[in-house]
Design a protein around this ligand. Structure first.
Ligand SMILES: [Zn+2]
Length: 52
């Protein structure tokens, strides 16, 4: 089973995806995420990320 991220990171966690992933990192600031939370959630849900 391959649980590594597309970018090569060893684990494809939500935290990695949102905060670290060079391929998928959200381009907005934390403030933007809070301000557009529904949009951000939708963005996350559309990713093929395994959430815990
Ligand atoms: Zn990644």
């Amino acid at each position: 089973m391959d649980e590594s991220c597309d970018c090569g990171h060893e684990s494809r966690t939500t935290s990695h995806t949102v905060n670290e992933c060079s391929l998928r990192a959200f381009t907005g600031s934390v403030h933007d995420i809070h301000q557009a939370r529904e949009e951000a959630v939708k963005w996350i849900e559309e990713l093929d990320v395994v959430t815990l």
